[in-house]
Design a protein around this ligand. Structure first.
Ligand code: PLP
Length: 401
C-alpha cells in the first residue's frame, strides 16, 4: 500500500527508496511505515474475522493473527520483492532459516537435490542433520568443473546455487545452469546475499527463487538477524507459504522496520563498499606476501568476464591467499590488524577479517592450494586508513610470514 503507486518505469533505486511508504490519511502522514507490534489482530465482527481468515487461506497477504505480520512486514516484503523482481517475499528469522525453509518446502523423502560446492557452509549441516534423516539426498557438485546435465537424476527436484560462492567468490554462469535445470523441470534457487539484491538479479537470469541473509547488506549495520526468500510466481509462493505457515515462521515488527530502514541506503552503502574494496584489493595485489586476490571486479579474477556480463556491482568481500604462510602466521596477521574486527558475518558498515578454515576451503573443487586464506569485509572507513592498517599488519607479521 503506497500513497501513490510509484510509476513502473522508474529505475530500481528510485523504486527501492519509495517502496512500502505509508499512505496519507486525512492529507497527512509520516515518511516511514509505523512499527506495528502485535500478537492479536482485532476485528469489528465475527463475520469480518471469518472473511479475513478465508482471504488469507486463499493466498491473500492479509493478517488474521500477529504471526502473519502487519503493515511493517507488508512494506518490507513489497520492497524486497520489488528489489529482486519477484512475485512474493517471505521474511524469516535468519538467513539460514530462509535457506532451510526453501529446502523443506521443495524436497520430500526420495528426492535428490544438487548443491553447488561453494555454498554457505552451514547448508551442509542442514543436509547432514535434517535432510538425510528425512530421506532426501543432497549431492554437491562444482558448477564450473562438472557437467550439470549428467548429474541430474529423474528424482532431482532442486538446483541450489550461490554466485559468487562463499569465501572464494567463484562466479557461476547462472543463465546457462538454470536453463539446463529448468529444461528438466528442476527448480533453481540462488543465494543472493553477496549482492544485497541490488546488483544481481537471479530471477531475471533464470532462477526461480532468490534467497538473502538480510542480516548482511540489507541490514547494513550489524544489528539484525533476518532472512528473506523471494519467489518468481504463484506456484512457488503457494509451496513456500504452506511450509512457512507449518514451521510457524515470523519476524518481529521492529526487525522488519530495521531491515526496511537499511534498504533505503543500500545503494549508497554498496557503491562505497565496492570503491573501498577495489582499492584494498588492488593494494593486496601489489603485496609480495600475497599470491592471489579473490574479487570478481578485478580484471585478473577468473570470474571477471561473467561478473561483467551479469552483475552491475561488487560487494565489500575480498579474500586473499598468503604466500608461504602457516595458519599461525596468517592468524598473527589478522591479530595485528587494529581497524578490522575479528569475527564471522559481514555486510555491516565496519571492516572485518577472518582466516578461512582449511576444511571449508577444501569443500570448493576450485580450491587446490594449501596456503592460508584470509577473508576481509571491507567496510565504509576511509580506504587509506584500512590500507595503512593492512600494511602495518603485513609488516608486523612479516617475521612469521
Ligand atoms: C551469512 C550468510 C547466510 C546466513 O545468514 P544468517 O542470517 O547468518 O543465518 C546465508 N548465506 C550467505 C551467503 C551468508 O553469507
Amino acid at each position: 500500500m503506497t500513497a501513490k503507486a510509484p510509476a513502473a518505469n522508474l529505475r530500481p533505486v528510485t523504486r527501492l527508496l519509495h517502496a512500502g511508504a505509508p499512505p496519507l490519511r486525512d492529507g497527512t502522514g509520516p515518511v516511514n511505515v509505523p512499527v506495528v507490534r502485535t500478537s492479536t489482530v482485532r476485528f469489528e465482527s465475527t463475520a469480518a474475522y471469518v472473511d479475513y481468515h478465508h482471504r488469507r487461506t486463499a493466498g491473500e497477504r492479509v493478517a488474521s493473527y500477529g504471526r502473519h505480520g502487519l503493515d511493517t512486514h507488508r512494506a518490507l516484503e513489497d520492497a524486497v520483492s520489488g528489489l529482486e523482481g519477484g512475485h512474493r517475499a517471505f521474511l524469516t528469522p535468519s538467513g539460514l532459516s530462509a535457506i532451510t525453509l526453501v529446502l523443506l518446502a521443495l524436497l520430500s523423502p526420495g528426492d535428490h537435490a544438487l548443491v553447488a560446492d561453494g555454498v554457505y557452509a552451514p547448508v551442509r549441516r542442514v543436509d547432514s542433520t535434517l535432510l538425510q534423516r528425512l530421506g532426501i539426498t543432497v549431492e554437491y557438485f562444482s558448477p564450473t568443473h562438472d557437467d550439470l546435465a549428467s548429474r541430474l537424476r529423474p528424482n532431482t527436484r532442486l538446483l541450489y546455487l550461490e554466485s559468487p560462492s562463499s569465501l572464494l567468490y567463484e562466479v557461476l554462469d547462472l543463465p546457462a545452469l538454470s536453463a539446463i535445470a529448468r529444461d528438466r523441470g528442476v527448480t533453481v534457487a540462488a543465494d543472493n546475499t553477496w549482492s544485497g539484491g541490488l546488483f544481481y538479479q537471479p530471477l531475471s537470469l533464470g532462477a526461480n527463487i532468490s534467497i538473502q541473509a538480510a542480516t548482511k547488506y540489507i541490514s547494513g549495520h550489524s544489528d539484525l538477524m533476518q532472512g528473506v526468500v523471494v519467489v518468481d510466481g504463484p506456484v512457488l509462493a503457494d509451496k513456500l507459504s504452506t511450509a512457512y505457515e507449518a514451521l510457524g515462521l515470523t519476524i518481529a515488527a521492529d526487525d522488519a522496520y530495521l531491515a526496511l530502514r537499511g534498504l533505503r541506503t543500500l545503494p549508497v552503502r554498496l557503491a562505497q563498499h565496492q570503491r573501498n574494496a577495489t582499492e584494498v584489493a588492488e593494494f593486496l595485489q601489489r603485496q609480495s606476501q600475497v599470491t592471489r586476490v579473490f574479487y570478481p571486479a578485478l580484471p585478473s579474477d577468473p570470474g571477471h568476464a561473467l561478473w561483467k556480463r551479469d552483475f552491475s556491482g561488487a560487494s565489500g568481500l575480498v579474500s586473499f591467499e598468503f604466500r608461504h604462510a602457516t595458519p599461525a602466521s596468517a592468524a598473527a596477521f589478522v591479530d595485528a590488524l587494529t581497524l578490522f574486527g575479528i569475527g564471522a558475518s559481514w555486510g555491516g558498515y565496519e571492516s572485518l577479517a577472518l582466516t578461512a578454515q582449511p576444511e571449508r576451503l577444501r569443500e570448493h573443487r576450485q580450491w587446490s592450494g594449501d596456503a592460508p586464506v584470509v577473508r576481509l569485509h571491507v567496510g565504509l572507513e576511509a580506504p587509506a586508513d584500512l590500507i595503512a592498517d593492512l600494511a602495518q599488519a603485513f609488516a608486523a607479521a612479516a617475521p612469521a610470514l
